[in-house]
Design a binder for this molecule. Structure first.
Ligand code: UD1
Ligand code: UDP
Length: 387
C-alpha cells in the first residue's frame, strides 16, 4: 500500500481531486491510501465545501485553515503547516494539482523532505511570468518525480525546459517520469454530465432557456485588480447583453465581487447593476456550473478550467486574457483570445453568434485519465530511486 498525501486548497483543485479520489475508491483501494490535506486557501462554503458533498470527495483529513493573505504570507503559513502534517503522516508520495499557492507550498515543502512529488496538470505554460500561477507551476514541475501532462503541448513545454521526456525508471527528482495522460477535468465532465443534467434547477430558477444566454466568469488577478481591464471587460459584457437582449449569467468569484464597486467607474457599475439582462450571482456548485455551461450559447472567461469545460461541451469561448495555456482550443477555432479588450470581445461574440461547434478534435483524452495516473503511480512507485 502506497501512502499518498493529496494537497488541495483552491476550488479547481478540489474539483480535479474528485477524479483521482474516485479512481482510488473504485479501482486502487488496495494499492493507494489517500490522505487529503486542505490548505484552506478557499474557505467560503460555495468555494469549497459544496464540492466535497456534491462530488462525493472524502472529507479532508486535515484542514490547515490558512485563509487569505499576501502571496508570501499565505504560502509560508501553508508550508509551515504542511510540514507538520508530512512529519506526522510520513507519506511516501505527495500528489499536487495545477498551479495555485497550495501547489507551490506543497511542492517546496515535500521536496525538501525528500518526499516524491506527483504533479497532475504538469507542463502547462502561459509564457507570462507576471502570472503568479506561471511561477507556481514552473517550480512545482521542477520539484516533481512524476509529471502528468494533460496535453502534448504540456509535454513539449517540459522538454523545452530541459526535462527529458523519455526518462526511464527509477524515477527521481533528477530523473522524473513524464506522462501524457489526458485531463482529469474531462473525466469529471464525462462522469458528472448526466448526473448534473438531472438537476436542471438552476435553469428553472433563473428562467433560462438552452442556447439563449451567455455565461461569464472573471477572477484572474490582472483583470480584477486593474481598473482599466475590469472596466473594459464589464463594458463589453454590458453592451453585448443590452444590444442583443441576451441574458449574461456571471457567477462571480469572491475576489471580483469584493472589488467590483471600487474598480468599476460609477457609471459602468450602475449601468451593469441596472441592466436586467446581466445577472451577477454568487459562485455556483459544480453541478449548477456544468449545467449552465452545457446550456449556454457562448462562454466568456478568464478561467483555465472554464475554458476547457467550454470545449468539452462544444461551446464557443471568448478568452479574456492575453494568452492561454490551452492553445489547442484556440487552434481548433472553438475559442478566441481577446485579452481584456472591449472591441475584441465584442468582435469575438459577433464571430461566434451564428456558429455551432459540432465535431472538435479530441484533445483531452478518453475520460479515464485518473485511472491511467493511478495505475502509472502504482506500477512505478517501487522503481522510484530511494534516497
Ligand atoms: C486562486 C489561484 C488561481 C486560481 C483560483 C481559482 C493562486 C495564486 N491563485 O486565485 O490560480 O485560478 O484560485 O479560483 O493560488 N476569497 C474569499 N473567499 C474564499 C476564497 C477567496 O472571499 O473562499 C477572496 C479573498 O478576498 C482573497 C481573494 O478572494 O483574498 C483571492 O483568493 P486567493 O485564494 O488568494 O486567490 P484566487 O484569486 O482565488
Ligand atoms: N466553477 C464552479 N462554480 C463557479 C465557477 C466555476 O463550480 O461558480 C468550476 C468550473 O466548472 C471549473 C472550475 O470551477 O471546474 C474552474 O475553477 P476556477 O475558474 O476557479 O479556476 P481556474 O480553473 O482558472 O484555476
Amino acid at each position: 500500500m502506497i501512502k499518498a498525501i493529496t494537497i488541495i486548497g483552491a476550488r479547481p483543485q478540489i474539483i480535479k481531486a474528485a477524479a483521482i479520489s474516485r479512481s482510488i475508491r473504485n479501482s486502487f483501494k488496495n494499492e493507494l491510501q489517500e490522505i487529503i490535506v486542505h490548505t484552506g486557501q478557499h474557505y467560503d462554503k460555495n468555494m469549497s465545501e459544496v464540492f466535497f458533498s456534491e462530488m462525493e470527495i472524502p472529507s479532508p483529513h486535515y484542514n490547515l485553515n490558512v485563509g487569505s493573505s499576501s502571496h508570501a504570507m499565505q504560502t509560508a503559513l501553508m508550508m509551515q503547516k504542511i510540514e507538520d502534517v508530512l512529519i506526522k503522516e510520513k507519506p511516501e508520495i505527495v500528489i499536487l494539482y495545477g498551479d495555485t499557492n497550495s501547489t507551490l507550498a506543497g511542492s517546496v515543502t515535500a521536496v525538501k523532505m525528500h518526499i516524491p512529488v506527483i504533479h497532475i496538470e504538469a507542463g502547462l505554460r502561459s509564457f507570462n511570468k507576471s502570472m503568479p500561477e506561471e511561477i507556481n507551476r514552473i517550480v512545482c514541475d521542477h520539484n516533481s518525480t512524476m509529471l502528468f501532462s494533460p496535453t502534448i503541448t504540456g509535454v513539449n513545454n517540459l522538454k523545452k525546459e530541459g526535462i527529458n521526456i523519455n526518462n526511464k525508471p527509477p524515477f527521481s527528482i533528477d530523473n522524473p517520469g513524464v506522462f501524457h495522460c489526458g485531463d482529469v477535468m474531462f473525466d469529471n465532465a464525462v462522469y458528472y454530465a448526466d448526473k448534473a443534467e438531472t438537476k436542471k434547477s438552476i435553469l428553472k430558477k433563473m428562467n433560462l432557456e438552452k442556447d439563449k444566454f451567455l455565461l461569464a466568469t472573471i477572477h484572474r488577478d490582472n483583470n480584477t485588480d486593474d481598473p482599466l481591464r475590469l472596466n473594459s471587460i464589464f463594458s463589453a459584457i454590458n453592451k453585448i447583453s443590452s444590444e442583443n437582449k441576451l441574458n449574461v449569467i456571471i457567477p462571480l468569484h469572491p475576489r471580483t465581487s469584493k472589488i467590483l464597486k471600487s474598480n468599476l467607474s460609477n457609471i459602468l457599475y450602475n449601468a451593469v447593476k441596472n441592466n436586467s439582462f446581466v445577472s451577477i450571482i454568487p459562485p455556483v456548485s459544480f453541478f449548477d456550473m456544468i449545467t449552465l455551461e452545457k446550456n449556454s450559447k457562448t462562454i466568456l472567461t478568464d478561467s483555465g478550467g472554464v475554458q476547457k469545460e467550454a470545449y468539452f461541451y462544444k461551446k464557443p469561448c471568448i478568452i479574456m486574457r492575453s494568452e492561454t495555456e490551452w492553445v489547442e482550443i484556440v487552434e481548433s477555432g472553438a475559442a478566441i483570445v481577446c485579452d481584456a479588450d472591449e472591441e475584441k470581445i465584442i468582435r469575438a461574440f459577433k464571430h461566434f453568434k451564428n456558429i455551432e461547434l459540432k465535431s472538435l478534435p479530441s484533445i483531452f483524452g478518453d475520460g479515464k485519465s485518473a485511472d491511467f495516473i493511478c495505475r502509472t503511480i502504482v506500477e512505478n512507485f517501487n522503481k522510484f530511486k530511494k534516497r
